[in-house]
Design a protein around this ligand. Structure first.
Ligand SMILES: *Cc1c(COP(=O)(O)O)cnc(C)c1O
Length: 431
């Protein structure tokens, strides 16, 4: 199958169908509900980077919890088919495999932005000399608000405390060398680097390993927002020595709108239960389970030596069930196979776009497969909204980002080469 990455490609429809016939993940498409258009035909859903499709098996996972709640009520904590008390532990191992972590480095809780704030409580400890936060230009709005309000919470003006990494003039992507250069110049004033694994706007994969290494050499904490990376590219958070990371599960991870998010804290930090050295907010679900139920008899917060120490509340079981269902699929297939298909799909899409260069648009996502996931960001030079409208009316679901970018993301678990081919045909008519 690896040959498919090197074989010559062809722009005809039969070739797309041939690629699908050879696709070892083809059967996973039927594991998902594919939305249909007004004519009852499946839409070409290229929006899994925004909201992933519902796995068919999710309903059974949620139904199970509704049934156990109806039949067992409070006893469900220990007697449900999947007991609620340790429910979050079920997500730990598949979650760790997903992001290249050790199981005790991962916890699923809250939403993404909430998690980043909770992590900043621990990792953003500004001093008069070292107080700045680095984010990237074209960061997701929530991340910008997060960085600015974190600074303000510590009485630091964002004008001074926020460093925004920008692409060079005339470029769209951030060069790793520019990140390293910033660290050499300003590193001693930087407390935290908070960068994306994959930028949501351009689809650029960041060199997380080199950035973490250089950040640490400069004495900074290094955290990643993996909203567009988790379930999209292969990650080795533990090995890369990343300090902390968080990701949502409703994009590539198909866990439903507003689903419970994931969180990573490196082993060397989770072992540190000294609340003076590594402060964190306490809640009963982060406390050592041995004393958790002694309630008011134990007023001291004793953090459990795992990422669980950052979770405050008891887990929302009905909201966790879809995450568990989805992680089961990711575990079954494995990120290596998912990424391999993603590379085949995007190589094919790149080939098709190259057949028909257009002066009306530019793909701003990196050309090198290593530095992109499955998203292509198409910058339209003229009437970008109309391009998006035409795609939508032709049955393509994709999104538009101000001021002029259409994002399309063939998701390896459910999109086909034939859909990529049809998308290209539709684009060709309007470009
Ligand atoms: C999707 C996304 C978010 C969304 O934040 P929530 O807290 O899940 O609402 C935040 N940051 C990035 C980079 C995103 O892509």
């Amino acid at each position: 199958m690896n040959d498919a990455l090197h074989d010559p490609q062809r722009p005809d429809e039969d070739f797309a169908l041939k690629l699908d016939a050879q696709d070892p993940l083809a059967r996973y498409r039927q594991e998902f509900h594919i939305p249909t258009g007004p004519d009852g035909r499946p839409l070409i859903y290229l929006c899994g980077n925004s909201l992933g499709l519902q796995p068919v098996r999710t309903r059974a996972f949620v139904d199970q919890e509704l049934r156990d709640w109806a039949e067992l009520a409070v006893d469900g904590h220990f007697r449900a088919r999947r007991p609620w008390y340790p429910y979050h532990e079920r997500l730990r191992e598949p979650g760790a495999r997903l992001v290249g972590a050790l199981p005790h480095e991962v916890v699923f809780m809250n939403g993404l932005t909430v998690n980043l704030h909770l992590l900043m409580v621990s990792f953003y400890r500004p001093t008069p000399q070292r107080y700045r936060i680095v984010i990237e230009d074209a960061a997701f709005p929530s991340d910008i608000y997060l960085a600015r309000t974190q600074l303000q919470c510590h009485g630091i003006s964002p004008d001074d405390g926020l460093i925004v990494l920008r692409p060079r003039a005339g470029e769209h992507l951030i060069r790793t060398e520019d990140v390293l250069d910033l660290l050499r110049r300003e590193g001693s004033s930087i407390a935290v680097l908070l960068l994306p694994g994959v930028n949501y706007f351009t689809g650029q994969v960041f060199d997380m390993q080199r950035i973490a290494h250089a950040g640490h050499a400069a004495g900074c904490a290094v955290g990643f927002d993996l909203a567009h990376a988790a379930g999209n590219v292969e990650l080795r958070l533990h090995e890369w020595q990343v300090d902390f990371a968080a990701w949502c599960t409703y994009k590539y991870l198909n866990s439903g709108p507003g689903a419970v998010a994931g969180c990573f804290i490196h082993d060397r930090h989770v072992r540190n239960t000294d609340l003076t050295a590594l402060p964190r907010f306490g809640g009963w679900w982060g406390n050592d389970p041995l004393t958790r139920f002694r309630m008011h008899l134990e007023p001291e917060f004793v953090p459990v030596p795992s990422a669980d120490a950052w979770q405050l509340s008891n887990p929302p079981i009905l909201a966790m069930a879809p995450v568990l269902a989805s992680l089961e699929i990711f575990d079954e297939v494995g990120m290596a196979a998912i990424r391999a298909k993603s590379l085949r799909l995007t190589r094919y899409l790149q080939f098709l776009l190259d057949q028909m260069p257009s002066s009306r648009y530019t793909v701003i996502t990196p050309r090198e497969p290593e530095w992109r996931g499955c998203q292509f960001s198409i910058l339209a030079h003229e009437r970008p909204r109309e391009l998006h409208q035409s795609l939508e009316s032709a049955g393509v679901v994709c999104d538009f980002r101000e001021p002029n970018v259409v994002r399309v993301a063939p998701a390896p678990l459910y999109n086909t080469h034939h859909e990529v081919w049809r998308f290209w045909q539709i684009l060709a008519r309007h470009a």
